[in-house]
Structure formats: structure tokens, C-alpha cells
Design a protein around this ligand. Sequence first.
Ligand SMILES: Nc1nc2c(ncn2[C@@H]2O[C@H](COP(=O)(O)OP(=O)(O)O)[C@@H](O)[C@H]2O)c(=O)[nH]1
Ligand SMILES: [Mg+2]
Length: 447
Amino acid sequence: MPKNVKQKTVSALEDVTLTTNEKILKECHVLYTHPDNGLVKIAEELGFTLLAPRKKITVILIGNHSAGKSSFINWYIEEHVQRTGVAIETQGFTFVTSGRKRESLTGNATLHLYPHFKPLQEIPGVVDYLATEVSTSKQKKFSLVTFVDTPGLVDGDMKYPFDVNEAINWLGDLADLIFVFFDPIGQALCKRTLNLVEELNSRHPERLRFYLSKADEAGHESDRQRVLMQIVQELCKRPGLNKTGFDMPTIYIPDSNKQVRCVNQIEDVCKDVEKTINQTIQNTLNTLEKDCDKISEIVDQTIKQDNEDRSYNLKASGKGVLLMLLSFLLPSLLVVNFLVANLPRSTITSTLGEETTEMLYVYTSPIRSFWLAVPEDYHFHLLLSVIGFSFILFFVSRWVSRLRPTLSRAHKRRLMEYREFVETIVKSKRKTLYQEYLQQSIAEQDL
Ligand SMILES: Nc1nc2c(ncn2[C@@H]2O[C@H](COP(=O)(O)OP(=O)(O)O)[C@@H](O)[C@H]2O)c(=O)[nH]1
Ligand SMILES: [Mg+2]
């Protein structure tokens, strides 16, 4: 089989296994990043920047050491990719994402995989503590999520090899969801966690979610309530966090070997992830429409401006030509007049004939009488002034006929093609994707 046919079959096979949502995000991404007619490239040519939408949402998990962050990720993807245990500390940041084969990538590869996260490399030391775990899991909505596991937060002497606070703040700015895990046993209420939560909350309150993790270890219902109260109270002491009705679901990793009575709201976490995915898809499709509109608007503006420039140029060159003619005409008239006044009439008649000479005399008479009215001593001055004036006219004509730059025909045609492309092809593609999205949501609700 030829190579490209084989590739096509592979990608066709991939498309079949993609869920509708994955397909929508992937196709939107391609609409932006296509090297020939992607929106990013078109926008660049029109002088503005568009960012390609991401194909997955990012969920960052923070909390103290052994709050159950890594265990949650393993549970979600149903694969043991992150090491867990009270003694085991996640040292750096690990991106856990789905892919075609199980792989562990280094920090530089991680930044290559997530160009959006490139700013992280500006924090000294972070790159050495970045990693990506690629898992083949397709559990839950994992194919549309990247989890970011973070080092446990502790107070005091614990030395981090880089500025954790800054790094987590950066990640929080780039993530779609920020999960904060408080466990009932550990130092749930360490200052570092509270400070970070307060900072993140001031910028992205809508992204933050608080959970009481390992709720099965909190003892009886009354103990759990007490722990919850304590955490909420501590959070509310912070001026930036004093919001009424703190929502803190209690979650734990289900264990079939263990009998636990406590309510587990871990499924709600999954629903929240799903909700964020759906919002992201809707946002992506809405932004796509807006970006198309913006492209068309800028093309329209550019072409309107070009038409204005062209008509301006036409007028300007008209004015320029008139002034230029005048600047030549004035001295010529003077010369003719000079000749008529000074040459004997017979010489003129012999060269031009009787009739033309007569006409010349008639037409030049006003100038001649003006000329004669000026005392002879000033004739030279007048001559100089007229010549000077026509020089000025000449330069004014050059100045008036300066032209504005205009678009070449080919450039204009290309702009029109771009407009046509986004208005018809991209927008109809978007419409189809939106319908698929809605249909799928309806189908899901029917289930
Ligand atoms: N009982 C119980 N133990 C948990 C739960 N989640 C995690 N653990 C245990 O807590 C310890 C620390 O978990 P880990 O995921 O490594 O925490 P991390 O430091 O936040 O990543 C491990 O021994 C886990 O087995 C839970 O929901 N219930
Ligand atoms: Mg961990």
C-alpha cells in the first residue's frame, strides 16, 4: 500500500474512534492551524493575532502532600501512571494526558507538546521538574482532559527546587479548572495552600473547586462535619475568600474491599469536568464564528480604505496635472506676449499667416495691456516673479499629487478569497459542527 493511502486509512480509523466532542475540537483546531488557509495564518496576513483553540481542557490539582491528588488522577484514568503513597512525593509538575501509546516525556518535550505552557520555562529550574505521562486510557472524558499533578504544598523549611507559588499561579492562569484537595488528616490548612488559593481566587474564582478528599478517612459523620467546618472557617478568615455558601463536596477513591457509609461525591467531580468540556466546546465554536466575522470585517475595511485611497489618488493626480499645466502655461504666455510685443508684426505674419497673427494679437491684448500698464523699469522684476511663481506652482503640483499606496490586484483578490473562504466554507463547517454537538447532547439526555 502506498504510504499516503496507509496514512489516510489510519487517520480515517482514528476519526471513527473519536467521540463527537473530540472530533469537534480537533476540527476547530485544524481550521485555525492549517498551513495554507488556517485562520491563524489569515489573521497574521491581515495584521492581527489569533490563537488556535486547545484540543483539551486542563485541570490542575493542588493541595498538601498526600491529599490524594495523584490517586485521583489514577482513579479517573483507571490506570496507575502516577506514583502514590504517603511517603512518595510528587516532586515537580506532571502533565497526564491521553495518547496513542504509553510514554513518559521530559520537561522540554512537555513544553513542546503544550506550547501554551511555554511561559513556565521563564521560572528558573521548573523545566527540569516538568514531565508528561502519556496514557492510552480512554476512560471517562480523559481523551479531552490534561491533568496537571503538582508537588504537595507544605509550610516551613521544605525547599522546592523552584518557586512553586509562582509556577502554580502560572498554571492556574492557563488552566480551565483548579481543583483544591483538602484531606482530613494532613496539614490541610497550611499557609502556603491558603495563600495560593487566595491569589488564584482573586483572578479566577470561576475555575476553583474545593474538595474534602479522602473523606472515608475522616471518621464518623460528625467528625467529618467538624473537619469540614474547620476548613471552611479557616478559608473564610481570608479576606479574599470570604464568600458565603462555601461548596466543598466530600470525595474519596471508592474501594470495593472497604465498607464505607460516607457519601461519595466523586461522580460530581466527573460531571464538573464534563460540564467544563461542554462549555469549552461551545466557547470554541462561538469564538470561531466571531473570528470569522472579524476576518470579514477587516477585509471589508481594507478594501473600503483601498477604494478611498484610489479615488483620493485620482483626484490628487487631477489637481496635480492642472497645477503643473498652469505652472508651464504662465511663463509660456509671458514669452508669447514678449514675442508679440517686441517682434515686428511683419515677421510674425510671415511665419504664422495673417489670420493667426490677428488672433494672436486679439488674445494677447489683455496681457499686453497689463504688461504695458506696468512701468518699464519693473518689467524684469515682474518677469522674475512670474517665473518664481510658476516654479512654486510646479512644486505645489508635485506635492498635491503625492499618491497613497494601494493594494495590488493580486493582493485584493486574495483578500476577497479569504473573506469568501471564512464566510462560506468555515462558517458552514462551524454550523455542521454545532449541529453535531447539539444532536449529541440531546442523544445523551435521552439515555
Ligand atoms: N482511604 C483513602 N486513601 C486515599 C485516598 N486517596 C489517596 N489515598 C491514599 O493516600 C496516600 C497519598 O495519596 P497520593 O495520591 O499519593 O497523594 P498526593 O500526595 O496528593 O498525590 C496514598 O497512600 C493513597 O493510597 C482516598 O480517597 N481514601
Ligand atoms: Mg502525588
